[in-house]
Design a protein around this ligand. Structure first.
Ligand SMILES: Nc1ncnc2c1ncn2[C@@H]1O[C@H](COP(=O)(O)OP(=O)(O)OP(=O)(O)O)[C@@H](O)[C@H]1O
Ligand SMILES: [Mg+2]
Length: 210
């Protein structure tokens, strides 16, 4: 099944891993149970879950001392699993997780500088494929400027890495920040979250395509 175990990974911090992980998990939870594993020792998603859990929400599990076991446990219990990987310090853990999942999305901010900074993550994908050859990987542009197309420099840079870019992009939208502040995902924001939901639904559709 495509997209049963999905990791959000980028060894560079602050690109939107946690934001996208929680909203993707919330979107996928509309189709079946989802475990959302928070491997980041800072535990941002666990804090969010303390307010957010309820019917139709993903179950958030702290990765804990043995994150690989936690991912495996979540996979036994849930229809799908989304894993929020930690930033740079935990390269080893991220590499191990990429050996265990079937899909990895690498969020990247819409600047060539940020894109080139994910070369190390792309290398981690290459290494993981030696053990996990079926691993699907995409770059996902996040926080794209609301009113403009990607710059030519960015579009060209996106083709320069060994991992392809998703067709859809996620724009910079207040709804993504507001949802976290309100302890919900964009799916619980009604009209205020409509455009953000449409984008996350597009990401889900592209990821789940067989
Ligand atoms: N599409 C978006 N629109 C608006 N704000 C966003 C979007 N994506 C992320 N953000 C904001 O950007 C900041 C960084 O996002 P986030 O914490 O998800 O990144 P991260 O990759 O998980 O960071 P870290 O590496 O520190 O774990 C947060 O303040 C978040 O609210
Ligand atoms: Mg994070």
């Amino acid at each position: 099944m495509a997209g049963r175990l999905i990791a959000l990974a980028n060894l560079k911090g602050g690109c939107g891993k946690s934001t996208l992980a929680l909203n993707l998990a919330a979107g996928l939870a509309r189709q079946g149970s989802v475990g959302l594993v928070d491997v980041d020792p800072q535990g941002a998603l666990c804090h969010w879950a303390a307010w957010a859990s309820g019917d139709g929400f993903p179950e958030v599990l702290a990765g804990g001392e043995y994150p690989l076991e936690t991912v495996a446990r979540a996979a036994r219990k849930h229809h799908r699993v989304v894993v929020d990987c930690p930033p740079s310090l935990d390269m080893v853990i991220t590499c191990r997780i990429l050996q265990q999942v079937d899909t990895v999305l690498i969020p990247v901010l819409p600047s060539p500088l940020d894109l080139w900074a994910c070369a190390e993550t792309v290398e981690a994908v290459r290494q993981a494929r030696e053990i996990n050859p079926g691993l699907k990987a995409w770059l996902l542009v996040n926080q794209a400027e609301p009113s403009s197309a990607l710059s030519r420099a960015m579009s060209e840079a996106l083709t320069s890495l060994d991992v392809p870019a998703m067709k859809c992009v996620v724009r910079r939208r207040a709804a993504f920040r507001t949802a976290v502040v309100e302890g919900v995902s964009v799916y619980q924001m009604g009209a205020r979250g409509r455009e953000a939901v449409r984008e996350i639904d597009q990401v889900i559709e592209e990821v789940l395509k067989p």
